[in-house]
Design a protein around this ligand. Structure first.
Ligand SMILES: *[C@@H]1O[C@H](CO)[C@@H](O)[C@H](O)[C@H]1NC(C)=O
Length: 244
């Protein structure tokens, strides 16, 4: 997801996932467990953030993210795999892609496989620790059978899409010819099924709105895990006119 050098390793990502499960599932009472919101930016490059851009003579301007970073912890050696499905598999399982069978590339719409079901996902672990688990945005870990859908893999609520990238406004996508011409719309609410109700709303605005709705509705006595998996800045390269 993050573009960068080819020789990436994911040790720190894995360490982070284990830390997250440990912190969230310690001996504390339920009410004391922290709420966890994991926001993922897709294909967001190392220099695409203000505090790096300044060092590298780029004019990228991200004041809000910079201010969050200044108040938080910056992990400068945080590595991931260079493409979607292997990295997403690592994030949710804590395992390298050679163990999940996702080492070969991304999962195309017409390919009948997914993250194997014998993996225990972060969402399932946290649910066992008493968490309410929500996911908003991009899945890309397979959907060829019901058991592979995010709401059957530990996420109690899901709003988002299942493939690698869709038009940010219409949700339409066509796979490249070499992997078979395969076109369709992709946006699903786990409670109601495929939906076209949000047609025209930019994906980032939509996913943030849905996340806020889930947070507002949440019973604060119970810890919540929200995995907000934005499609931006992954292609197609589109923004609302006001940002052009
Ligand atoms: C989705 O809604 C839009 C706007 O109403 C409409 O133009 C489009 O044809 C719809 N798409 C599908 C697949 O129904």
């Amino acid at each position: 997801m993050f573009s960068g050098p080819k020789h990436l390793n994911a040790v720190r990502l894995l360490a982070f996932v284990f830390w997250l499960s440990a912190v969230a599932c310690g001996k504390k009472q339920r009410g004391q467990r922290p709420h966890v919101v994991f926001v993922l930016a897709d294909d967001f490059g190392f220099n695409d953030i203000g505090y790096h851009a300044r060092e590298h003579y780029s004019d990228m301007y991200t004041p809000f993210l910079d201010s969050l970073a200044a108040k938080g912890v910056i992990l400068e050696n945080y590595y991931v795999q260079p493409i979607c499905s292997p990295t997403r598999g690592q994030l949710l399982t804590g395992r390298y892609q050679i163990h999940t069978g996702l080492a070969h590339g991304i999962i195309r719409a017409a390919q009948p496989y997914g993250l194997p079901l014998d993996n225990i996902l972060l969402s399932q672990q946290l649910r066992q620790c008493g968490y309410k688990t929500n996911m908003v945005g991009k899945w890309h870990l397979g959907f060829f059978r019901e058991e592979y859908l995010p709401w059957n893999r530990g996420f109690q609520n899901f709003f988002g899409f299942l493939n690698g990238g869709v038009n940010h406004f219409t949700r339409y996508h066509c796979e490249p010819k070499k992997t078979r011409r395969f076109c369709g719309y992709d946006m699903i609410d786990s409670r109601y099924g495929p939906t076209n109700a949000t047609y025209g709303e930019y994906s980032t605005n939509l996913f943030i709105r849905k996340s806020k709705e889930m947070i507002d509705k949440h019973n604060k006595q119970k810890p919540m895990f929200l995995y907000l998996s934005l499609q931006a800045v992954h292609g197609p390269l589109q923004v609302p006119n006001q940002y052009l």
